[in-house]
Design a protein around this ligand. Structure first.
Ligand SMILES: Cc1ncc(COP(=O)(O)O)c(C=O)c1O
Length: 378
């Protein structure tokens, strides 16, 4: 499949200059059809297909696990990052203080605060870079958890998960990662990075729509009797409907307390299939290539980029410094150019359905802005 054929799978890419995956991308028709298929079957056959749907959930669990180099026993489906993070905070049961980058999205910090953990923040440096040495210096005798996004939502900084995993092993910290802003486009290997818990939401880079997410639980934490939640679906044999004692699944699936969100899981399955067909390294290279071009065009017009510039620290998110970004977002939307306002300005993000023309169209509109709007003083 070439990039034009891939783009054709995303009808929204024809209607819009869609540079807003960091908020939510459009779905491919393949993912949308898989979700739709579930609703059609439910409409036409009711619950008759239940057993088949369950088999598909397990097949998608296997594929999600292999996508992040995990065992399927370690993978649970959730409905959001916040949901997964709350479960993790519950599993860790007040084991000690949590350290987070200061630029973190609230889904990664509020669950800890709500469960009365002490959370400490590590300030980022220029362009949102979070230095491993700064993290190291912030670790105290009370720190037990390092919780971070893979990619920071408002700077686009991408952490070196292998380096952080090494640090966590050296300092005996639990390593918790929110991969929402990187899942599907940048490498994730939970074993190689020594990740203990990984969460992600399906509606961003994973291109699976709202209401589905994933949670990885490292084998050393797979102890369902210590999980903070349970429901009928957590039971080893749910159909036995035993209500007076716990006999739980011995896998992360015990955290799925009720019936599955079939439509969301099927859409995620289709999105993973597309990523696998294109190839992970090809996708990563494409994001870099588009971002190289975006940066080059922005710099040629003297716009300030507030995100990291080098490939090792960059992601699919670029922040362009703007004084009144929310207003500019509205103006661009009138021209069907979709971006968002975050951090120091305009957040522009590129995914596999984007092309170089999208970037040209954005730049052409940015050039029309009154000079007071932009911070193009470089
Ligand atoms: C890093 C990160 N994690 C998670 C989310 C979404 O959280 P949730 O799935 O809880 O809605 C966002 C949304 O912008 C995000 O940027």
């Amino acid at each position: 499949m070439n990039w034009s054929e891939i783009r054709a799978l995303f009808p929204a890419a024809e209607q819009y200059t869609y540079l807003n995956t960091a908020a939510a991308p459009p779905l491919s028709i393949l993912a949308a059809r898989e979700g739709q298929r579930y609703y059609d079957e439910m409409a036409e056959h009711g619950d008759v297909a239940w057993d088949g749907w369950l088999c598909q959930v397990e097949e998608i669990r296997e594929r999600l696990a292999s996508f992040i180099n995990a065992d399927a026993r370690s993978v649970a489906f959730t409905y959001s990052t916040s949901h997964g993070m709350n479960l993790i905070a519950g599993i860790l049961d007040h084991c000690g203080d949590v350290l987070c980058p200061a630029d973190e999205f609230p889904s990664c910090t509020l669950p800890w605060l709500q469960q009365r953990y002490r959370v400490h923040f590590v300030r980022s440096r220029d362009r949102g870079v979070v230095d491993v040495d700064d993290i190291q210096r912030s670790i105290t005798n009370e720190t037990r958890v390092l919780g971070t996004s893979y990619v920071q939502f408002a700077t686009g900084f991408r952490h070196d998960l292998v380096a952080l995993g090494r640090l966590c092993r050296e300092r005996n910290l639990v390593f918790v990662v929110d991969a929402t802003q990187g899942m599907g486009v940048f490498p994730i290997d939970v074993v190689n990075s020594g990740i203990d818990f990984l969460v992600f939401s399906g509606y961003k880079w994973a291109q699976a729509g709202y209401g589905v997410g994933g949670l990885y639980v490292a084998p050393r934490f797979l102890n369902p009797t210590a999980f903070p939640v349970a429901g009928w679906w957590s039971a080893r044999d749910p159909e036995a409907v035993v209500n007076d004692r716990l006999d739980l699944k011995e896998t992360a699936a015990a955290l799925e307390v009720g019936c599955p969100h079939f439509a969301g899981i099927f859409a995620l399955g289709a999105a993973l299939t597309l990523f696998e067909e294109i190839g992970k390294s090809r996708i990563e290279e494409r994001i870099h290539e588009l971002t190289d071009y975006l940066h080059q065009r922005l710099q040629a017009d003297r716009f300030n980029i507030a995100s990291p510039l080098n490939r090792g620290q960059r992601s699919g998110i670029t922040i362009v410094e703007m004084r009144n970004a929310p207003e500019i977002v509205k103006r661009l939307a009138e021209k069907k150019i979709i971006v968002s306002a975050r951090g120091k300005g305009l957040r522009v993000s590129v995914h596999i359905f984007n092309n170089f023309d999208d970037i040209d169209r954005l730049i052409a509109e940015l050039r029309e802005l009154p000079s007071t709007a932009s911070a193009n003083t470089a």
